[in-house]
Write a protein that binds this ligand. Structure first.
Ligand SMILES: [Zn+2]
Length: 461
């Protein structure tokens, strides 16, 4: 063996890790985090507020390039925490308290793991780190001591008295008789949404996070009829009763709404007059909207003396909430050959202005023919000629959902007429503020223009 090979072997030997390496099949100590697609050493370190070098050292890794998806990574410096660290989005209606119950993890541990100082900071959609233990959900029976109330027992067990009453088919904690057997299930289902009120069977908001231009769907199912009202951002929600004590509200999110946390407030009134109130922050995230090339249009079409009354007229038309839902399923394309020329949300500059405008709908160019079709069943509520929008038709689809068809050369329907999805309603033209003939399609949801492509792709609610 030459001296050179010996030297290489010696260097290799010296480079071997000096700390003991985990044997094959041996599990690292807890807590561990399972590396997910898209994770980096930096993102993991940031998530747990741990120094990246400490993670490398604790796992005998030379550098962050050694991470692989599915790897069990020991996270150091989290005293008192064990199990597998998982992340989950916080659902609407969940609080730190309800999550603590659901996963049998003290609130303090959740706060520590997630650097939450104020529990009310927890917004729906928040990616929360949770330590999962391997123990199965279990049912526990406890007998109320003589003279002990549900409230006292709940306090002793660290449980929600309302939840305990609900699980035991009692409408109120006050009705639980001393000496009765109470059981409680530590299952996710049992604790999902009851932090708000046992009257609420389920509550959901989607999508989360909410993105500018989205249509947000809020659904609440209750045990008995409840009248709901509420606000999101600064908009009054339009709750519509559905079957089986369920209500839904659709709300459009303004395409240029400042990203951030906004309160969603709900108030429900039961038939007996009791009131359920709930508020949670919802995050609105910025969408990906490119800037269109600067546009030059006739100056009178930008004159507030003309645009303002025109906007008010349209705002007024689309502000009525019709309780009948005319549409069903996804919307159909408004033209035969859907060649889209300009997308929703694009930021716009007119006649040298800053990019303070956005494109409120979808533009279809002239491709196969000039036909314009209704995208869904509804009732025609407006036809007319306007300076900016040109010849326009507005269809009411119910529930605060409207579609508008702009710049037509010919309108083929009249106000009050019922239309079907795919019915010919007009012809593509170049009337109003345009740079050439096209159809501009707007979709309004409770007073806000949203991305029509969402409605062409999926079925609401
Ligand atoms: Zn347009």
């Amino acid at each position: 063996m030459s001296k050179r090979i010996l030297l290489v072997l010696l260097i290799l030997f010296l480079c071997l890790p000096t700390k003991p390496v985990l044997a094959q099949g041996e599990q690292p100590p807890k807590p561990v985090y399972v590396v997910q697609s898209g994770d980096t050493l930096t993102s993991i370190a940031l998530q747990f507020g741990v120094n990246p070098t400490d993670i490398l050292n604790a796992n005998n890794l030379p550098d962050g390039n050694q991470l692989y998806i599915g790897q069990n990574l020991f996270i150091p410096g989290l005293e008192g925490v064990s199990g597998i660290l998982d992340t989950m989005p916080v659902a609407f209606g969940e609080t730190l308290w309800s999550i603590s119950q659901k996963y049998k993890t003290p609130v303090e541990i959740l706060q520590k793991l997630n650097h939450i100082t104020v529990p009310s900071e927890l917004f729906a959609g928040y990616s929360l780190v949770i330590p999962l233990t391997e123990t199965e959900p279990q049912t526990q029976f406890s007998q109320l001591a003589l003279g002990q109330t549900n409230l006292e027992m709940s306090a002793a067990l660290g449980l929600n008295p309302w939840l305990l009453a609900l699980e035991n088919d009692q409408s109120s904690p006050a009705l639980t008789l001393p000496g009765s057997n109470l059981y409680h299930l530590f299952t996710p289902e049992a604790t999902q949404t009851t932090a708000i009120s046992p009257e609420i069977e389920s509550i959901s908001i989607s999508p989360l996070p909410v993105i500018q231009g989205n249509t947000v769907v809020l659904r609440i199912k209750t045990k008995s009829p409840v009248h709901f009202e509420g606000t999101f951002v600064d908009h009054k929600l339009a709750f519509i009763p559905m079957e089986n004590n369920e209500v839904a509200a659709l709300q459009g999110i303004y395409a240029m709404k400042d990203p951030g946390l906004y309160p969603l407030q709900i108030k429900g009134t039961l038939e007996n007059g009791a009131v359920i109130e709930f508020q949670q922050m919802i995050r609105i995230k910025t969408g990906v909207f490119p800037q269109d090339p600067p546009l030059i249009v006739p100056p009178e079409t930008m004159d507030p003396a003309i645009t303002q009354p025109e906007n008010e007229l349209v705002d007024n038309i689309v502000s009525t909430i019709t309780e009948t839902k005319y549409w069903d399923g996804t919307f159909v394309a408004p033209v035969d050959d859907p060649c889209i020329r300009s997308w929703y949300g694009d930021r716009r500059s007119y006649n040298g202005s800053d990019y303070i405008y956005f494109h409120t709908g979808l533009d279809y160019g002239v491709c196969k023919n000039l036909n314009i079709y209704a995208v869904a069943p509804g009732v025609v509520v407006y036809t007319g000629s306007l300076t900016v929008r040109g010849n326009m038709t507005v269809i009411d689809h119910g529930w605060g959902v409207y579609t508008a068809y702009l710049h037509q050369s010919e309108i083929k329907v009249s106000v009050g007429e019922n239309v079907e999805a795919g019915q010919l309603i007009g012809l593509i033209g170049g009337t109003g503020r345009v740079n050439g003939p096209h159809l501009h399609l707007d979709v309004w949801v409770n007073g806000i223009q949203v991305d029509p492509e969402d409605w062409l792709a999926r079925s609401y609610p």
